[in-house]
Design a protein around this ligand. Structure first.
Ligand SMILES: *Cc1c(COP(=O)(O)O)cnc(C)c1O
Length: 419
């Protein structure tokens, strides 16, 4: 599939007059259309709800768009709960899926009446101790161990993952939670990340639905919801086809009818906690070529760096790059596209074939809408960029200003040191 940008060169030239590069740009239309399609894909399930994983794109304007599309939020920390609270989410609109959870995070989650997803068997006792009781609604996270396979393909290794209860702990856990007064139960698992296959959710659903039947038989607990969590991926590379969310919803429906319905579990709500799928393709990092360098390799230096997008440096992740205005020119130049950090892994692309790049060219780095800006850090004293929203009417709204040096110095008290 040819990877297209959702913004044109003409639009970028216009935007640049107000907002200098680098910046992250988000596509409101794309976000809304995709969210509606997800809803449609699971419309067969009465209680279906997507809880957007705040950590993927923790921007209140973005989250508010998803709220308007009927989504809740998945929080993993105290400050993410604050974000949810400030945006008016409460109770069943919040999943709290954290791990190694501090006491004050659990306390805050209880205050908001959020649906707490326990990461470990010992957290039953911990939660009861720090908040005084077990809430009526409670969810447990499952880790089956071993390998997670789709037919013969190894998707991930839950056996090496720090998350979740073992099956034995889970069966014991639900019994204890029931004794302690819980009334509405959920089951959660996140077994593979960025899957670009329509089989992930249906395969995971089968595992969890069979477990739900066993939980009913062995613990006398009928689950109210099953949370398939995140993990539906996006095609970062042009050779991959995007997931078909309608086919995915249909695959989960089939498993539901084959496994849950005959066991009398017809009212189970399906939850999702997608991050990447909801936002990934609908954000990009816009930067400019500010240097070219000819040594043992050919380098193009950008005004953005790994502080703005860490995935290539951290995971060697591929992000497609479009040199704006040169979409139809031959990719006959091989470049390393770099940022300015004093770290040799600060490269957005290595040995990438691109059209000839000139100083001043706009480069659009694709698919940065999820786990992009959010992962940024402040190494080398580099500041985080602005985030801009390309609205449905074509106008642009700044939804987070760029950091200034004052932000960087905000946690020091210079008065103290100069005394
Ligand atoms: C990160 C995360 C998600 C979102 O994952 P994506 O890969 O972005 O879909 C959902 N749930 C939990 C518990 C997570 O940690």
């Amino acid at each position: 599939m040819k990877k297209e940008t959702f913004v044109t060169l003409e639009q970028l030239k216009e935007i640049e007059k107000t907002y200098p590069t680098p910046f992250h740009l988000y596509d409101e239309r794309g976000i809304r259309e995709n969210a509606m399609k997800l809803k449609q894909a699971f419309s067969w399930n009465k209680g279906f709800k997507e809880y957007f994983a705040i950590k993927a794109t923790p921007n209140p304007f973005i989250i508010n768009i998803l709220k308007e599309c009927g989504c809740g939020v998945d929080c993993s920390s105290y400050t993410e709960l604050m974000m949810a609270d400030k945006l008016g989410f409460a109770g069943d609109e919040i999943m709290f899926s954290s791990n190694a959870t501090p006491a004050k995070d659990f306390e805050y989650a209880r205050e908001l009446n959020a649906q707490i997803n326990l990461d470990d068997f010992t957290h039953i006792e911990f939660l009861e101790k720090v908040t005084g009781s077990i809430p009526e609604t409670i969810c447990c996270r499952f880790n089956p161990g071993g390998m997670f396979k789709i037919s013969t393909d190894i998707m991930d290794k839950p056996g090496d993952a720090k998350y979740g209860f073992t099956k034995e702990q889970l069966l014991e856990g639900y019994k204890i939670l029931k004794e302690k007064g819980a009334k509405r139960f959920g089951l959660h698992a996140f077994l593979a990340s960025n899957t670009v296959t329509n089989e992930y959710y249906p395969t995971l659903a089968k595992v969890l639905f069979e477990l739900a039947v066993e939980i009913k038989e062995k613990c006398g607990v009928e689950l109210a919801f099953i949370n398939l969590s995140g993990g539906i991926g996006i095609p970062y590379t042009p050779d991959k086809e995007p997931n078909d969310i309608i086919a995915i919803g249909e695959g989960v429906r089939k498993a539901f009818e084959e496994i849950l319905v005959p066991a009398g579990l017809t009212d189970v709500a399906i939850y999702t906690e997608l991050g990447r799928f909801m936002l990934g393709p609908y954000g990009c990092l816009v930067a400019k070529a500010i240097h070219e360098k000819h040594i043992h390799k050919e380098y193009i230096g950008l005004d953005a760096c790994a502080v703005n997008l860490m995935r290539p440096a951290m995971y060697g992740a591929y992000h497609h790059i479009t040199v704006m205005g040169k979409e139809d020119e031959p990719c006959d130049h091989m470049y390393d596209i770099t940022g300015s950090l004093c770290e040799n892994n600060d490269k957005f692309a290595i040995d990438r074939m691109l059209p000839k790049i000139d100083i001043g060219d706009f480069l659009v780095i694709h698919d940065t809408g999820a786990h992009g800006f959010a992962m940024g850090y402040s190494y080398n004293g580099k500041l985080k960029s602005a985030e801009l929203l390309l609205k449905e009417d074509g106008s642009v709204q700044m939804i987070r200003r760029a950091e200034t040096p004052e932000d960087y110095f905000a946690t020091f008290d210079f008065c103290d040191i100069m005394k």
